[in-house]
Design a protein around this ligand. Structure first.
Ligand code: ZN
Length: 177
């Protein structure tokens, strides 16, 4: 099948090849409404990613934006609750947190709008996150050996969940290229 999506069907009456979109045979006039069409023509976008892949991709990107908003709200509340005047170093620390949250939000937005730089940054970020999650898992399993398992099972569960999430995002990035 060519990339233009041109595929042919066969006239049930005269057996000639016809464009897949034809409604009547151009040679003998037979109506073709009941002729089975190849799947790639029935689907409007034959070469795009599956709809559920786009859905999951946008859901994770949306989650990044929501998390960024949450961080800003929570950090602003914490900042407001501290006794005034704030030391300059503490103020700078909060501005750093706000900038980080804004950056995370712009990455999520960039994923949805398919900005190339955002997708490239997230790709690198996923590998870094997987690396540190794996280190954490290794540490947790060492802890389980030394101190027994209380509390460590929960931490390991979320560590594995994180790795699965970042791995899924990496895979989604390649699927939506
Ligand atoms: Zn025909």
């Amino acid at each position: 099948m060519s990339s233009s999506g041109y595929v042919s069907i066969q006239c049930p009456n005269c057996q000639r090849s016809l464009p897949a979109g034809a409604q009547t045979c151009q040679f003998c006039g037979t109506p073709l409404a009941n002729v089975a069409r190849p799947k790639s023509v029935a689907r409007k976008v034959p070469y795009g990613p599956q709809p559920w892949i786009m859905w999951l991709y946008n859901a994770i990107a949306g989650y990044m934006i929501v998390k960024g908003v949450m961080h800003i709200v929570l950090d602003a509340q914490t900042m407001a609750s501290l006794p005034k005047p704030l030391p300059a170093s503490v103020t700078r620390y909060f501005y750093f947190l706000f900038a980080l949250a804004l950056f995370q939000m712009s990455l999520g937005l960039g994923l949805i709008l398919k900005w190339d730089w955002a997708r490239a940054v997230v790709r690198v970020f996923c590998w870094i996150a997987i690396f540190f999650d794996a280190l954490g898992l290794f540490g947790s399993s060492m802890g389980a050996v030394v101190f027994g398992t209380s509390g460590i099972a929960v931490r390991m569960f979320f560590g594995i969940l994180d790795i699965v999430a970042w791995g899924t995002l990496l895979w989604l990035l390649s699927e939506t290229d």
